[in-house]
Design a binder for this molecule. Structure first.
Ligand code: CP3
Length: 361
């Protein structure tokens, strides 16, 4: 592995390992993106996936929030998208403005036509390059997060052909073709394993698996269909890192909306951190998972539209609930989902400042 600048801030890595921290480390899902004028300026000249595929541009956009909120963010997340995995599996994806698959999977016969073996390092090597360059450019200021989409979430895009309100196409697969669905979920998981290992080799210091549509599944269907492929990823990544003699990094699972199953995730999914959305109280989440995992979250992203007073009040409340009157421990502050395009960047700054001032117990 390449050698990188010494870390000046490892707060998020300590929290992810379940340690006490002087305050909660903070970053925001989708922190590089459409609410930032400097991102829109880059985007005006380049297609979305062109930015992802050009390491210098992906690095620039990754660093934009780190520069703007200098000293306030405790992690960078590499600029890319969860949909680069279906692209690596041979599917066409365009962003116009949301994701669109011109040729979605309609029946399991279509899934049969996907390549059985994917050379992930060749297909997604541009992400690794962006990570290595960004890790150097960060100069140890904050750790760099790598990521991928969870198999269930990617399966839903590959079958629905884009976003969905009802998820009826991908769910009909689960119920009509359960065995074929499980095989496809595992096939996606295997690509995710190689992709995460490649990102870690390239310099990612923590990796997150985004299961954005986990909450669309009934709890028992989450357990039957989504969980096995999530376990496959966590154990597969660790096994490959150990075999290659590479230090294992913390892994985060964000099973959005599946708050009734976070205890199961903490017990069985094999991740160090579980991300929670705003529909569960942090104290209840902590009771559910015990000391097994660190927690990440969980402010309602719409509080960034709610004015400074409400934002401060809610950050205080969130902090008290996560800390439970004890020392700040095993908590990574974040929103409960991604920041949205209409947010005023100065309100985002206020959120970060409030976490700095109120997250220490
Ligand atoms: O977090 C970051 O700052 C890193 C970059 C990042 C993007 N997408 C950039 C992006 C990350 C981590 C993602 C993850 C992602 N992509 C998820 C999981 C997280 C979540 O919010 O649930 C999902 C479901 C996607 C799929 C996706 N990509 C959608 C639905 C859309 C369109 C709607 C939207 O959120 O903007 C995208 C496009 C996308 N991905 C943009 C960005 C900055 C905007 C595209 C543009 O510039 O036109």
């Amino acid at each position: 592995m390449a050698s990188f600048p010494l870390m000046k801030n490892d707060l998020i890595l300590r929290a992810a390992r379940g340690e006490e921290t002087e305050r909660a480390p903070v970053w925001v899902m989708r922190q590089a993106g459409r609410y930032l004028p400097e991102f829109l300026a880059v985007r005006a000249d380049h297609d979305f996936f062109e930015i992802c595929r050009t390491p210098a541009l992906a690095m620039e956009v990754t660093l934009q929030p780190i520069r703007r909120y200098s000293g306030l963010l405790d992690a960078a997340i590499i600029f890319s998208d969860i949909l680069v995995v279906p692209q690596a599996m041979g599917m066409e994806v365009i962003m116009n403005p949301g994701p669109h698959f011109p040729n979605p999977l309609i029946t399991p016969a279509d899934a049969e036509k996907l390549p059985k073996v994917v050379d992930v390092d060749k297909e997604l090597g541009y992400v690794y390059e962006a990570i290595t360059q960004t890790r150097h450019a960060l100069k140890g200021e904050v750790p760099l997060i790598g990521f991928c989409g969870a198999p269930w979430t990617l399966f839903s895009y590959m079958i629905e052909g884009g976003g969905s309100k009802t998820f009826h196409k991908c769910k009909s697969w689960l119920f009509k073709y359960p065995e074929e669905s499980k095989a496809l979920l595992n096939q996606i998981a295997d690509v995710c394993i190689d992709f995460l290992v490649g990102q870690i080799k390239a310099g990612a210091q923590l990796v997150q698996v985004f299961d954005s549509w986990a909450g669309e599944l009934a709890p028992h269907h989450f357990e039957e269909f989504a969980l096995p492929s999530l376990q496959r990823i966590s154990s597969g990544v660790r096994a490959k890192l150990v075999a290659a003699g590479i230090p294992v990094v913390p892994m985060t699972l964000f099973p959005k909306g599946q708050n009734l199953q976070i205890a199961l995730c903490a017990d069985k999914a094999g991740y160090d951190v579980i991300g929670i959305d705003w529909c569960i109280d942090p104290a209840d989440a902590r009771r559910a998972v015990g000391d097994k995992v660190a927690l990440q979250g969980n402010l309602d992203p719409n509080l960034l539209y709610g004015g400074r007073d409400a934002l401060e009040r809610e950050v205080k409340r969130m902090s008290e609930s996560f800390n439970g009157g004890k020392k700040t421990k095993a908590w990574i502050a974040n929103l409960g989902h991604g920041i949205t395009p209409g947010v005023d960047p100065e309100d985002m700054r206020w959120f970060l400042e409030c976490v700095h001032s109120h997250s220490a117990a």
